[in-house]
Design a protein around this ligand. Structure first.
Ligand code: ATP
Ligand code: MG
Length: 329
């Protein structure tokens, strides 16, 4: 059975981008693959979360994973920092990652621009830790959004490099969507290309109905088409992209038609979009609240996941240690 690994950083609540870019794939894969879904709390330290917030952030994402339907009996759900083997393997992997290639990574350059006062070494070696997360379970497939494409390419490069130096032990982890479609990128409502936790432009799975309506009604548009079949401005295209994701095909088709014949009223389209988002989010939100408050259940899920993940990680780490040449006295 092929192995699947994917993670989410506990840097805020899950948003539609996380769900449609990643979690939806997890749900479709958990029955048919050996799945590891984790909460990347070490990764979240690059932005220095407040010590008092870290645990609750992890708890929130764990509750959100479960509320979305990830089943701890089918998939291994774990917290990254529960598996110390990852830290040791990461140290080893860092010896074969080169500064030049790390500096050139787009996600590093973006983050360095976003937080110029905190360009820490963890940001630079982010792709190394991500590669470690993936290959420590010898993953074949990685369900991620389009924003992670380059990091995943680096994970493949690091895996190949290790194989070349020490012998063929790692499969090359491939990006994956369950339906064979391209990786997706869910846009923000602020006219930007990506909805993101740190972009502050998300519609979150815990948002109340009225919050969702407000966010969608405020979404950036333009003054409307003036010619038939006019090309859409990015912000307007974003609304259509979101509608394609959450609404019925005939609803989308209707708004395409009225856009193309210049009779569209963005207000109507937004109202419809908000209701379709609410239809999806509301039931998930209720489950998140229930699960978040069930501490005993969360504890049980996290400890079961940690045990399973450690078993797989320590097996790989032992192999790696031996290949590198470590022997015990
Ligand atoms: P941060 O701003 O802290 O980086 P994020 O919102 O980008 O947070 P991550 O934890 O980095 O979320 O990513 C978790 C998963 O969600 C990854 O697989 C990523 O590809 C996916 N993802 C995040 N944002 C989007 C998006 N807008 N569209 C599609 N997939 C996304
Ligand atoms: Mg991200």
């Amino acid at each position: 059975m092929e192995t699947v690994v994917s993670g989410i950083r506990p840097t805020g609540n899950l948003h539609l981008g996380n769900y449609f870019g990643a979690v939806r794939n997890f749900l479709k894969m958990q029955a048919d693959y050996n799945c590891y879904f984790f909460i990347a709390d070490w990764h979240s330290l690059t932005t220095h979360p407040k010590p008092g917030d870290l645990h609750n952030n992890v708890r929130q994402v764990l509750a959100e994973y479960l509320a979305c339907g990830i089943d701890p009996e089918k998939a291994t759900i774990f917290i990254q920092s529960d598996v110390k083997e990852i830290a040791e393997f990461y140290l080893l992997m860092n010896m074969n990652a080169y500064l030049g290639e790390l500096y050139r990574t787009t996600s590093f350059k973006d983050k360095a621009r976003q937080q110029p006062e905190n360009v820490n070494a963890g940001l630079l070696t982010y792709p190394v830790l991500m590669a470690t997360d993936i290959i420590i379970h010898k993953a074949n497939k990685v369900p991620v959004g389009k924003d992670q494409e380059q990091n995943l390419e680096m994970a493949r490069k690091f895996a190949r490099r290790f194989n070349n130096m020490y012998g063929d032990i790692f499969p090359e982890p491939k990006p994956f969507t369950f339906d064979g479609a391209d990786l997706i990128k869910v846009p923000g409502l602020d006219g930007s290309g990506k909805m993101g936790k740190s972009e502050g432009n998300g519609v979150f799975l815990v948002d109340e109905d009225k919050v969702i309506r407000k966010k969608v009604m405020r979404a950036v548009t333009d003054s409307g088409p003036t010619e038939e079949n006019q090309e859409k401005a990015e912000a307007v295209q974003n609304l259509f992209t979101l509608m394609k994701i959450v609404s019925q095909p005939d609803v989308l088709a209707h708004y395409e038609t009225v856009y193309n014949n210049c009779s569209i009223r963005y207000g109507d389209m937004k109202k419809q979009l908000a209701e379709d988002i609410i239809g999806f989010v509301a039931p998930v939100r209720e489950r998140i609240l229930d699960i978040y408050n069930n501490e005993a259940y969360l504890h049980q899920v996290a400890s079961m996941g940690a045990e399973k993940a450690r078993e797989s990680a320590s097996k790989t780490l032992k192999e790696v240690q031996s290949l590198i040449g470590f022997r015990s006295f």
